[in-house]
Write a protein of this length. Structure first.
Length: 305
């Protein structure tokens, strides 16, 4: 069996073919079976197929030319923000502002953007990524309305939001809307404070079914004024609390016990507590709608009044 020549020292796990050849590697050595080729012109010491966008972005980094950066929905993936759910599969998008050239290679969607001052942020492991506000607007050509609302909610969430509603509105005003005004429509539906895309989709579902719009992430207190819980969606006038339960802790008995005590405390504070699970949202969400409707009617709400 032919023994492979060692690779030049100092090569990272993923490297550009040209860089390796500058260090003395031959073309024959770079075609050997101990290396994988995740992208044209890139070699990896790992033979396993990259199965996440982060892995594939790592593999693409050696190909990034000056002025190129990850953009569009790839930014949301790399930041751990909301993206459309399966069966939608986000792709790797790489952009460059004119006059720089966008990439043209298999496995990557290239974009040549308008001439504009770049606003590149630093992503995971130092990857250059588009500014999140700009990336959200870029997703306007890719995502449906509800997913754009969830994406905007993700940028507005938390104690230290990535962006403000004004930032998003300014970006749309400056660069223009797309697809019949879908960005402005999504901003009209976005709300600060939402903690998950499932909360966004549940809120939109309930409002479209004729319910009053619930407040987002409301603190409720006991009759003695003690903090009880923060509620995902609150119909305060009827004291109905609606929460999406992702069942992350379903296999943790201690967490389940803490959750059960919390649910009891919410009820003791005089609120009707409605827990929406994943299966309640399937098939158009009819079970979730029915559960919330029943709770509101018990509390005195009447449709159309």
């Amino acid at each position: 069996m032919t023994r492979l020549q060692p690779l030049p020292g100092g090569l990272p796990e993923r490297f550009h073919v040209a860089h390796a050849m500058e260090k003395g590697a031959s073309r024959t050595r770079l075609r050997a079976s101990d290396l994988s080729a995740p992208f044209h012109g890139v070699r990896s010491l790992s033979l396993g197929e990259a199965d996440t966008i982060l892995d594939r972005c790592r593999s693409y980094v050696p190909r990034l030319a000056p002025g190129q950066f990850f953009s569009h929905e790839t930014v949301f993936v790399l930041r751990g923000l909301s993206t459309p759910e399966w069966p939608y599969v986000p792709r790797i998008h790489v952009s460059a502002h004119r006059p720089a050239r966008e990439p043209r290679t298999h496995g990557v969607v290239g974009h040549r953007l308008q001439t504009r001052e770049p606003a590149i942020d630093v992503g995971p492991e130092g990857m250059p990524i588009e500014n999140a506000v700009r990336a959200w607007r870029q997703c306007g050509r890719l995502w449906g309305l509800d997913d754009l609302v969830a994406g905007a909610d993700a940028l507005l969430a938390g104690r230290h939001p990535i962006a403000s509603l004004g930032d998003l509105e300014e970006e749309v005003a400056l660069m223009g809307d797309v697809r019949g005004g879908i960005l402005r429509r999504s901003l009209a539906l976005a709300r600060p404070g939402v903690r998950s895309p499932r909360e966004t989709h549940l809120r939109l579902l309930l409002v479209r079914r004729g319910f009053p719009e619930p407040d987002v992430n409301v603190d409720i207190f006991s009759t003695r004024g003690e903090f009880v819980a923060e509620i995902d969606l609150a119909f305060a006038a009827w004291r109905v609390a609606v929460e999406y339960d992702g069942r992350v802790h379903a296999e943790d008995p201690r967490q389940f016990a803490r959750d059960a005590d919390r649910w009891a405390a919410i009820r003791d504070a005089g609120w009707d507590h409605v827990r929406i699970l994943n299966h309640h949202l399937r098939g158009g969400g009819a079970p979730a709608v029915a559960m919330v409707r029943a709770a509101l009617i018990r509390a005195g709400w009447r449709p159309g009044l």
